[in-house]
Design a protein around this ligand. Structure first.
Ligand code: HEM
Length: 206
């Protein structure tokens, strides 16, 4: 889970950086330039297969982990008071992951699936920038995207740190730095993502 999680984190950095080009407010020129590169470069298109596999393995391993946890204690605790030694979000990674999966199903149906289907059928890419402007004109969709980003933030808040711990990369000397970088990442990246639908809806970007 740690390795696929870190791999997905690198994807998020690239995805967020390219999408943040919309904030240049240049009518989507810079965003479309990089979007075109990502959507047509053969190396990136091959890596995309790895990305789909990364998501599937991460989800499958998460489900296995939940099952393993349940099976190792078939008789439930009568009293559950876990608050002193764990956070609610570290105990809710399955729930947060499921919310993210629902978000991803909606999100890929909005952009990725129609774009790849069109590329497959006609060889042409769709105008993703114009699609964003029309999709984020709906306040309900904007709200669902913001909720997806909040789930992402909580999921990363535990996931980032947990990945380092699982790989044995935590050390008393560096733990404070890892916590700081993890917390900053878990807040800043989802915040930038959430600002995209909000900025388009409010016409800050057009
Ligand atoms: C909230 C702001 C976001 C916007 C405006 C946005 C926009 C886009 C767009 C336009 C594409 C299509 C790219 C293409 O067809 O080449 C895409 C693809 C994708 N997005 Fe997002 N995205 C956002 C957030 C997220 C988040 C938070 C995640 C993950 C948790 C995510 C995961 C993906 C995935 C897996 C793909 C398909 C992979 C690929 O293009 O190779 N996105 N996104």
């Amino acid at each position: 889970m740690a390795l696929t999680g870190l791999f997905l984190i690198t994807f998020l950095i690239i995805h967020c950086t390219i999408n943040a080009m919309i904030f240049l407010n240049d009518g989507g020129v810079t965003f479309s330039h990089w979007g075109h590169f990502m959507g047509t470069n053969p190396v990136i298109r091959t890596l995309e297969i790895g990305l789909v596999a990364g998501f599937l393995i991460h989800i499958f391993q998460g489900l296995l982990l939940i099952k393993k946890n349940r099976d190792s204690r078939p008789v439930r605790y009568q009293v559950v008071a876990p608050a002193p030694n764990s956070t609610w979000y570290s105990r809710s990674m399955g729930l947060l992951g499921t919310l993210l999966l629902l978000f991803l199903i909606m999100h890929t149906a909005h952009f990725w699936i129609p774009n790849r289907a069109n590329q497959f059928a006609t060889g042409e890419e769709l105008n993703l920038y114009q699609m964003m402007l029309s999709i984020f004109a709906d306040p309900l969709i904007v709200a669902l995207y913001v909720l997806g980003c909040i789930s992402l933030a909580w999921h990363l808040l535990h996931g980032f740190w947990s990945a380092f711990q699982t790989l044995g990369l935590n050390h008393q000397r560096y733990n404070a730095i890892i916590h700081f970088v993890g917390t900053t990442f878990a807040i800043v990246v989802p915040l930038i993502f959430a600002l995209m639908p909000i900025a388009i809806y409010l016409n800050w970007v057009n």
